[in-house]
Design a protein around this ligand. Structure first.
Ligand code: PFF
Length: 450
């Protein structure tokens, strides 16, 4: 018996690829990947991250899409119903809840950082960075994040535009993403061109791609794995809920590979655009979340038509963040509509409000409460660490176990519909054994048990 989703369906395979790529490509690729690579020593970190994308991320992405399409509801209801179908415990619905909570928490800080990108559209556009030095650019950033009112205003604006799109359904975004994603790619390539020409390109390439394993700690390995989940939007129900709107005739395997490759390409390009500028200007690769806001304006400040390209770049970054944000909240909204019989609009107002309030904690953690630390981490750091490095991999582990051990082999095989049997067998082996064992090993290593 084939189910249909009450929320509608993507118009085509391409629409799904764009939406899922829109979800995957976001601040994680352009803002987070470079700074965590910088903080964790470069090449070895990148290698672990790539390994995690291919051995853990892609198979779990296929599993999430497959589960979503089989259940055709919000992740919470999908998990409950699919578990019941095979006589397993309805408690699997808690896995859906874990995702919904992670989504709220991630969006709460994601929106604050997207707000920075919006603020930089205006800053770069106004020409303040023209001819600026590295010190000047860092000062402007420092003054900006020290001002809670500004951060709050931008955070609020970003939340409003996110919820507006979610309230109207995903159709509008489908159209926008079609142009914006290719445009972002073109601009990134242009920036890499600038970096090759003007930056310390060789140094950057060797930083990113020559693996020195003495530079990576077990916590670094956990961060690399967590980032693989974060960047592919896995372990959160986002891809699952998008999968629930996927037409039945679309092949899941090749689609997931395309999404993951596009996402990885954007992250690597961002690294190649940013690190040459970091090294050419004597900046610190490990300077943290402000990294792109302290490096790219230098490039824009010195290249021809820099203010124009800079403005365009930050506009595209905002769009990339926007298309990710809507997927962060979609599982919660779908559940409110299904279970609480709310209209989409009401569901958006409630979930947006809760997220906005939690976001205030992140706003303050960059200024007024920056001294308040738990385990040496600010509120923002705690949220980021907890969601990306613990909640997403844990949920991803459970999704792999569910797909590999709880669902029947026949239903997984039917839904995935691989053209060759060996592909299905490889996938099954990866989700049954490789992904779960790898996640558990990385967890145990990070808490020093092994
Ligand atoms: N993948 C997004 C990024 O890299 O910016 C972030 C994200 C979106 C994480 C959706 C999780 C998610 F469900």
């Amino acid at each position: 018996m084939k189910k249909i989703s009450q929320h509608g369906q993507w118009s085509s395979r391409l629409a799904f690829i764009l939406a899922a790529t829109g979800s995957a490509v976001g601040l994680g690729n352009i803002w987070k990947f470079p700074y965590i690579t910088g903080e964790n020593g470069g090449g070895a970190f990148v290698l672990v991250y790539l390994l995690c994308i291919f051995a853990i991320g892609i198979p779990i992405m296929m599993a999430e899409i497959m589960i979503g399409r089989r259940g055709r509801q919000s992740p919470i209801n999908t998990m409950r119903d699919l578990a019941k179908e095979v006589g397993a415990s309805g408690a699997w619905k808690w896995l859906g809840w874990l995702g919904v909570i992670a989504g709220f928490l991630i969006l709460s800080y994601y929106s604050v950082i997207a707000g920075w990108a919006m603020a930089y559209v205006v800053r770069v556009g106004s020409g303040v960075f023209e001819g600026a030095t590295a010190d000047g650019v860092s000062n402007i950033f420092g003054q900006f994040v020290a001002d809670p009112e500004k951060l709050l205003a931008w955070h609020s604006l970003f939340m409003v535009i996110t919820m507006l799109v979610v309230a109207r359904g995903v159709k509008g975004l489908e159209r926008a993403v079609k142009f914006l994603m290719p445009a972002l790619l073109v601009l990134l390539v242009l920036l890499v061109g600038y970096a090759i020409d003007q930056g310390a390109f060789k140094e950057a390439v060797s930083f990113l791609f020559s693996a020195d394993f003495s530079k990576i700690t077990s916590d670094g390995i956990l961060i690399a794995m967590g980032h693989a989940f974060f960047t592919l939007s896995l372990g959160m129900g986002a891809i699952m809920v998008y999968g629930s709107y996927l037409p039945s005739n679309v092949s899941i395997g090749s689609t997931a590979v395309i999404i993951a490759l596009a996402d990885t390409a954007v992250a690597l390009l961002a690294g190649l655009a940013i690190f040459p500028i970091v090294f050419a200007n004597g900046l610190e690769p490990g300077s943290g979340p402000g990294l792109i806001f302290q490096t790219l304006p230098i490039a824009f400040g010195h290249m021809a038509y820099g203010s124009f390209f800079g403005t365009l770049f930050f506009i595209l970054l905002v769009f990339a963040a926007w298309s990710s944000s809507i997927s962060l909240i979609e599982p919660a909204v779908a559940w409110l509509v299904e279970n609480k019989k709310m209209s989409r609009m009401r569901a958006c107002i409630w979930s947006g409000l809760v997220t906005w309030i939690v976001g205030i904690g992140t706003v303050l953690s960059f200024n007024i409460t920056s001294n308040i630390k738990i385990f040496d981490k600010t509120f923002f750091d705690v949220l980021d660490y907890l969601t990306a490095n613990i909640m997403l991999p844990l949920a991803g582990l459970c999704i792999a176990l569910f797909a590999g051990w709880v669902m029947t082999k026949e239903s997984a095989e039917e839904e995935l519909d691989f053209k060759q049997l060996y592909l299905f067998k490889t996938w099954l082996f990866l989700v049954k054994f490789v992904s779960p064992v790898a996640v558990v090993i990385v967890f145990l290593k990070a808490i020093n048990v092994i």
